[in-house]
Design a protein around this ligand. Structure first.
Ligand SMILES: C[S@@+](CC[C@H](N)C(=O)[O-])C[C@H]1O[C@@H](n2cnc3c(N)ncnc32)[C@H](O)[C@@H]1O
Length: 316
């Protein structure tokens, strides 16, 4: 049975199903945290993958990574940018490990947008696969991932989007199915790197709390021109928050207008929810599912302060 808290709670008003929001999302993030912030984690993401690349050259099966809840593909773009900058140091592409990265998201609109941003950015050693699948079912719906994944990345605290009762645990059980059950004495055991937002200082809070600079001519709305549809312009209202049963719900209006005439093309109320984080419950779920914490890493950028849990399959 499929389990998806966002789709069952928000239905058609769920923001991430909208192609307009899919384009506007990065503009919104950049407006809050600055144009370079989206690339700040490139080294970190590549550093998660790189241990699997050395010594893999002679092995036929590619290094396989999953970017869970890929959104606009920020993590994959970061890895590819880093690989491109390192490419000169590698003498021949024949000597490179083969890498297969899967971008998984439950929104086709986000996947389509990410794909567009990544066109022409691939290194010869890398292939991408895209799947519209919900986190709690990602291996059941893609059985080729069973015992076949070296690295799973779940960034930007997006695990908080798994809001239905039992949904996060179902996802962790899928992680256990996916991770390659390698010889535990090997240097590089397969890992899942899952980020938790460190405090309430997440994007939505930042946006609501920040003072809007006077030189940005908007009193309560953020306005941006579409690049995909150059004749259109987005107007996003401020986000309103509400809380219920350990979840926060964020809502806003996204209006799309014709730039030349101001005529409204679409006006939708969008929302999503986030599950408030309980560390004791989280650590219990990890243990129940058979995952061990090998490391906790704190990262901090304009985008978010995150605690990364580096998880591997628990020893029998
Ligand atoms: C904050 S955004 C993108 C995060 C992206 N990984 C990054 O680091 O920029 C969250 C994404 O999670 C996706 N998402 C939320 N719940 C999901 C679920 N249950 N299964 C798969 N994707 C989900 C949304 O569609 C959205 O694209």
């Amino acid at each position: 049975m499929k389990m998806d808290g966002q789709q069952s709670t928000h239905g058609e008003s769920y923001a991430y199903t909208s192609p307009y929001w899919a384009e506007f999302y990065d503009m919104w993030v950049e407006d809050i945290v600055g144009p370079t912030a989206l690339a700040k984690d490139d080294d970190f993401f590549f550093g998660l993958l790189s241990p699997f690349l050395s010594n893999n050259v002679s092995i036929k099966s590619p290094v396989r990574g999953v970017d869970m809840a890929t959104g606009t593909g920020r993590v994959i773009r970061g890895i590819l940018r880093k690989m491109e900058s390192l490419a000169q140091e590698v003498t021949s592409s024949d000597q490179q490990s083969k890498i297969e990265i899967w971008g998984i998201d439950h929104s086709q609109a986000m996947i389509d947008h990410a794909k567009g941003l990544l066109e022409g950015k691939l290194q010869p050693s890398t292939t991408l696969a895209w799947r519209n699948t919900t986190a709690a079912n990602f291996v059941d719906e893609n059985p080729e991932l069973e015992n076949a994944v070296d690295l799973i990345i779940f960034a930007a605290g997006s695990i908080g989007h798994l809001t239905a009762d039992g949904e996060r645990k179902r996802f962790l059980q899928q992680v256990v199915k996916a991770l390659r059950d390698t010889d535990h004495s090997q240097a590089h055991r397969s890992v899942a790197a899952i980020s938790i937002l460190k405090d309430e200082n997440n994007l939505e809070e930042k946006h609501t709390d920040q003072a809007i600079p006077e030189d940005k001519d908007r009193s309560t709305e953020m306005r941006k021109s579409s690049r995909r549809w150059p004749h259109l312009e987005y107007h996003m209202s401020q986000i309103t928050h509400s809380k219920y049963e350990g979840r926060s719900v964020d809502s806003f209006n996204l209006t799309v207008v014709k730039a030349a005439t101001g005529k409204i093309v679409s006006r939708e109320m969008h929302s999503w929810s986030l599950k408030l984080f309980d560390f004791d419950e989280w650590e219990k779920e990890l243990g129940d599912c058979g995952l061990s914490i090998s490391q906790q890493i704190e990262t901090s950028s304009e985008l978010a302060s995150e605690v990364w849990y580096i998880l591997h399959l628990a020893d029998e």
